[in-house]
Each structure stands twice: as C-alpha cells, then as structure tokens.
Design a protein around this ligand. Structure first.
Ligand code: B12
Ligand code: SF4
Length: 495
C-alpha cells in the first residue's frame, strides 16, 4: 500500500511529517513525500495558492496512492484548500494533520475527509493497517472523521523509540519556486539545495531533542496542545538517539555547516551537559532556542565550548501586567541574569531576542516598558524578532478574546491567516524596528520621551503616516545598508 505525504510548510524539514513517513516505511509501506515550500509571500489580498500546473503534477504523483496525507500550519490554509479540492477528483481519502488541524479540527473537516488531532505516527500507521485489512477505521484514536463523532486522544509516543526522520531522496519531490516546477530529488546533495534557505548551498540541519515545553504561556500552541494530550507532555530523546541522527546527518549531507535544534527550550533536556559533550565530539557548530529561566553560566559555557553560535530567546513582554496575562512570569524569571550571562558570551554567541506586539490587551505604555528594558539590557550584538501576536484556537488567550467578544484575530490577520508575521505599525513598533536596525539607542530613548510619545503615539498617524515611514526605512536600511539582519541571521550558516 502506498501513501503520499505532502507538506505545504515553507521549511521542508517538517520533522513531524518525515517522522510519520519513517514509521510507515519501517512497517513496510511505501510512501512518497512532496514538499511545496513557497518563499514568496503574497501582498495582502493576493492569492497564496499554487500554479495550476504544479497542482496537476502533484495529483499525478498521488494517483497510485491509497491515502493522501497533508501537513499544514495556519498560514498554509489557502494553498491546502486549493490542493485538496483538486486532489478530490482522484477519489483517494485525504487526511490533514499538523498544528492547524490539531487546533482547529472542525474548520479543517470542511475540506479534509479525516483530520489528525495531535501526533500522527501511530494514528497513520493504524489507519493504513486497517485500510489494508479492509477493517472499520472510524474509531482510531487521534483521528476525526467528517460526519462522525471525534475520537479520543491516544497516549503520546515515546520519542526515543521512533525511527529517524525520512530523508531518503527516493520518492521525494520538491517544488522549486524559481524554476516553477516539481523536482524529483535524486541525491542527498540535491536535497540540500532545498533544505537550506533559498539560494544558499550550505546551512543548518534542523532537528528536535524533545517534544513539548515545561511552560504553558497563554498564547502558545503548547498551552493548547497540553490540554488535549494524554500522557507526559514534555518528552526527551535519549542522547544515544540524538547522536545517531547527528552522525547520520553529518555523513550524508556534505554541505551542512551546522545543526539547528528547534526545541521550544533546548536547555530543558535533563542530559544537557551530556548533549554538550556529544556536540563537542561531533564538531559542528549549532544554534538553539532557550528560555531565559534556563540560562545558567555553566550550561552556556559548555554549550559555547561545544560550538553554540546562535541562541534565540523569547522575551515577549516586560510589562508586569502583560507578563502575567501571558503567564510568562516564570519563563522570564531571571531575565536580568540571563542577559548578563549572554553579554559575557556575546563575542561567541549571537543572541536573537523575540518580542510580541499587537496584543489587544496591551497598552502603548506596556510596549514601551518592554522597549525600555531591551534598550537597557540587550548586549551589543543582537538581532530582534518583532512578532505579531496571533490568537490561535484552543489557547487561553483565544478563549479570553472569545469570552470578551474581541475579534479572535486582529483585523489584518483575520481573513486568511496569511499575514501572520507582519506587525501593525504603531509608534512603539516603529521604535522596536529602529532598535532592530541598530539605530543609536540614545536616539531611541529620546523618541521614547513623553513629548515625542504625546505627539506621535496617535491612532490616525498609525493608519496614514507610519506605513509610508516604514517603507522609507525599509528602502534605506534593508535594501542598501542591509542592516535589517534579522531574517538573514535566523538561518545563516556560521563559519
Ligand atoms: C520547528 C518549528 C518551526 C521550524 C520548522 C517548521 C517545519 N515546517 O518543520 C521553522 C523555524 C522553519 C518554523 C517556522 C515557522 N513557524 Co514554527 N514551529 C516549530 C515548532 C517549534 C516545532 C514543530 C515541530 O517540529 N514539532 C514536533 C513535531 C513532531 O510535531 P508536529 O510538527 O506538530 O507534527 C506532528 C503532528 O502535528 C502530526 N502531523 C503533522 N503533519 C501531519 C500530517 C498528517 C497527514 C498527519 C496525519 C499528522 C501530521 O504528526 C506529527 C508527528 O507526531 C512549533 C511549536 C511546536 N511546539 O509545535 C512551531 C510552530 C509550528 N510554528 C509556528 C509558526 C507560526 C511559524 C512561522 C509562521 C513563524 C513566523 N512568524 O515566521 C514560521 C512559518 C514556517 C513555515 N511555514 O514553514 C506556529 C504555528 C501555529 C499555527 N497554528 O499554525 C507554532 C505552533 C508555534 C506557535 N506560535 O505556537 N517553525
Ligand atoms: S516558553 Fe515558549 S514554547 Fe514554552 S509555552 Fe512559553 S512561549 Fe510556548
């Protein structure tokens, strides 16, 4: 029996879908994997769909399958609907999975035959086995069938027992947007052209050492996932299991220059020091995400010795009120100390700090508090991620917005889930942008002073003047001086 697995995510690492493919292959089933990344982001109001020819080619590749699985995030919704409508003509059952179907199953069941709520490895395996034996499939845990009652969740997987992600080039296809065609991957080297940021021949190999997070911030998917999961939520891969993947990846991908740990908080791993020793032995640099509360001098020292070159840390807000609303207080606990430590390692470890804007409960003064904090505490070398808060279904903040009859999504995000990354342009957000673009901090402090705030922090300017200012800033700093380093830094190859 053959299963076609399709990913619409921009990054083709898609650890979750590759894990499902590996589990199916291990059980003796055939899979093909089709990756449809799109780098270009459509202007507001423009379609984010795929060219007709590509959709037709995907349909041809799926023709001889008995099941089609599609993996998506919220922003991939429009493309997935377009693809699903077209694949319908094949008469093959279509399952949707990933974070968006997990959090929004009922909406997704308007289009898919089956939605996977939560982890897909065991659920997909059971589905395929039952289909093969022509047994009833309607009561498989984690799977919701259109028109049937939802099935309960199954216990989360023991992740050290899972096979390594499927990167076997055979039967793998990638949409090359620049060539506007589907490419059949023929070798690991060819795979690498699509794994790393477009146009780069080298880059980081992404993997996870854990699943889950110890915290439950009210806007985060972990908050929603924890509620619907069964069994211990935060799980870690054994060091041996991780070692197997690192050695394998290093061997098969000759142009890989670094590893990227995508774990929500890498340092929660109970064997973090053992992992540092392993990474040192492996001898390739790496980057990771880390929560401020887990920054500790010994750990950072060991990770730095092992090759840590970039650390991403969420701060999100420094307003006490908003920290409490986000349930960030325990995560941001010890942030001053964390920054002090990261300053000491600033020569060796780049720091990428994330903040959240566009929160409907946040006042301008709340955001200015965060900005003042960053102006004071950021080390000399840093990158800043300014992210627009999205209220994802199933999270506490989404429930709160619903109960207060607030729009579940800010207006600019509402219709399509498309422009999730673009923050709205308030006066404070512009000042965040100035900080990100390395404007002199003294100047930003002046712009933060009461007279400037009084004049410029106004709604009508936000609507009419600031979008224009933003375009000018982008033209000056992004195009010519390339000081908007954030997007480049996030995925760059180090040495
Ligand atoms: C790693 C990661 C990334 C990586 C890699 C993404 C990738 N395609 O692999 C990078 C850094 C590129 C990334 C980028 C972004 N990310 Co991200 N990312 C994550 C992160 C931290 C882990 C995802 C992961 O690998 N989890 C582990 C795997 C095993 O779980 P999984 O992916 O959910 O897959 C399982 C199930 O969902 C299911 N499943 C998945 N697919 C399918 C398909 C079928 C057919 C079936 C049956 C089941 C199934 O089975 C899988 C295995 O059990 C999550 C947070 C989180 N904790 O989930 C955010 C998260 C997924 N990202 C998010 C966002 C918003 C983004 C960005 C838009 C951020 C931005 N503003 O730029 C970009 C968009 C990138 C894109 N379009 O690809 C949001 C998505 C929210 C949503 N509802 O859509 C999340 C949930 C974080 C959050 N804000 O809460 N991300
Ligand atoms: S610490 Fe980060 S990953 Fe964990 S719940 Fe909070 S926002 Fe989500």
């Amino acid at each position: 029996m053959k299963v076609s697995l399709i990913s619409l995510c921009e990054s083709i690492f898609n650890v979750g879908l590759r894990s499902i493919s590996a589990v199916l292959k291990q059980a003796g089933y055939e899979t093909n994997m089709i990756f449809l990344p799109k780098q270009s982001h459509p202007a507001p109001g423009k379609s984010s769909g795929y060219p007709k020819r590509i959709i037709e080619e995907v349909a041809q590749l799926c023709e001889d399958s008995q099941l089609i699985g599609i993996s998506l995030m919220a922003q991939d919704m429009e493309g997935t609907v377009q693809l699903t409508k077209s694949l319908r003509t094949l008469g093959i059952p279509i399952v949707w999975g990933g974070i968006h179907p997990t959090l929004y199953p009922l909406e997704c069941l308007n289009y898919a035959d089956i939605v996977c709520v939560g982890e897909g490895e065991k659920a997909m395996l059971e589905l395929v086995q039952r289909m093969e034996r022509e047994e009833d499939c309607s009561q498989i845990q984690n799977l919701w069938f259109r028109g049937k009652n939802p099935n309960p969740p199954r216990t989360l997987s023991e992740i050290s027992n899972l096979p390594l992600s499927d990167y076997d080039p055979e039967g793998h296809f990638v949409y090359d947007e620049t060539k506007n065609r589907l490419i059949a991957i023929k070798s690991y080297v060819e795979y690498e052209r699509y794994l790393y940021p477009q146009g780069k021949r080298y880059g980081s190999y992404s993997l996870l050492a854990s699943r889950g997070c110890p915290y439950s911030c009210t806007y985060c998917c972990n908050n929603a996932l924890r509620k619907i999961s069964k069994g211990p939520y935060l799980r870690f891969r054994s060091v041996k299991h991780i070692e197997k993947e690192l050695l394998w990846a290093k061997e098969v991908f000759p142009n890989m220059t670094a590893f990227r740990f995508e774990d929500d908080c890498f340092c929660t791993h109970p064997a973090i020091l053992e992992l540092a020793a392993l990474l040192r032995r492996i001898g390739l640099p790496f980057s990771c995400l880390i929560s401020p509360s887990y920054v500790n001098r010994e750990i950072i020292q060991r990770l730095s010795d092992a090759g840590l070159f970039l650390c991403q840390m969420g701060v999100e807000s420094r307003s006490k009120r908003i920290e409490a609303l986000y349930k960030r207080t325990p995560v941001n606990h010890g942030l001053d100390k964390a920054f002090a430590i990261m300053k000491d390692f600033n020569e060796r470890i780049d720091l990428l700090v994330d903040v959240l804007v566009d929160c409907p409960w946040e006042t301008s003064e709340d955001s200015r508090e965060t900005l003042r904090y960053l102006l004071k505490n950021l080390p000399g070398r840093f990158a800043l991620g300014i992210n627009s808060l999205v209220l994802y279904p199933g999270t506490e903040l989404w429930e709160k917005a619903k109960s207060e009859s607030l729009p579940e999504l800010p207006k600019h995000q509402k219709k399509t889930w498309k422009s999730l990354r673009q923050p709205q342009l308030s006066y404070t957000t512009i000042l965040f942008w100035l900080l990100k673009s390395k404007f002199p901090r003294g100047l930003i402090r002046i712009l933060l002073s009461p007279p400037f705030v009084l004049i410029f922090d106004r709604k009508f300017l936000q609507k009419n003047l600031y979008p224009k200012i933003c375009r000018i800033i982008q033209a000056l700093y992004w195009r010519f001086t390339k000081l908007f380093i954030h997007s480049r830094r996030r995925s760059y190859a180090p040495y």
